[in-house]
Design a protein. Structure first.
Length: 208
């Protein structure tokens, strides 16, 4: 890349981080008059905790907006004609921004939604193919973190397979490995609770 492209790439990656940092769970809660997700459960702003705070419908909206952060970040790099490596880094930056948001004291969610949103642009077939993994693990175990960990791992394997098959550029191996690694890193406390059998379970309607 020439110097001008490098500067543009840096600007896009920083922008992706800032886009990723938008705490939609908190903003949706404020609009509907619900409690701040940080005041409940894990204190995070991701999907499971947002659902505890404002219910499934509003949480779905927040989750879609969180996913859009990853999609918009990658699309911005594509729109500006930047190479796949920058597109991958933009997706990773959105995950970091979501989990370490500069707007709420460098806290946030686990990075799953924006990670999936970025994957939806990078390779939509893989993104859609891993959705059943999340749903099946969630329905069977009722543990959101376990479903997220399994899905991120499956997404990483699926994207690497797409690279091997020549469907997407080799640079996206970095996103496959880096995205899964970041999501697992941001689930470190969940993993500890999973290993000790103390992880929280989601109560579906009718389950008490």
């Amino acid at each position: 890349m020439n110097p001008g492209t490098v500067v543009l790439a840096i600007i896009v990656i920083v922008a992706a981080y800032l886009i990723g940092g938008i705490p939609w769970g908190i903003l949706v809660a404020r609009v509907i008059g619900g409690p701040d997700p940080r005041s409940l459960g894990s204190g995070r702003t991701g999907g499971a905790n947002t659902m505890r705070a404002i219910g499934p419908r509003a949480a779905l909206l927040a989750g879609l907006l969180d996913a859009a952060k990853g999609s918009v970040s990658v699309l911005l790099a594509i729109w500006l004609g930047l190479p796949p490596i920058v597109q991958a880094l933009a997706g990773l930056a959105a995950i970091v921004g979501h989990s370490r948001s500069p707007y709420i004291g460098f806290k946030g969610g686990r990075g799953v939604a924006p990670g999936w949103g970025a994957l939806l642009v990078i390779e939509p077939v893989v993104a859609l193919a891993v959705l059943p993994v999340f749903l099946i693990v969630l329905l069977v175990t009722r543990i959101s973190s376990l479903a997220s960990l399994a899905t991120s791992a499956a997404a990483g394997v699926g994207l690497i397979a797409a690279v091997i098959l020549g469907v997407v550029a080799p640079a996206f191996v970095g996103y496959a490995i880096g995205g899964a690694a970041l999501i697992w890193l941001f689930h470190a406390d969940n993993i500890r609770r999973l290993l000790t059998g103390q992880e929280r379970r989601i109560e579906f309607r009718g389950q008490r």
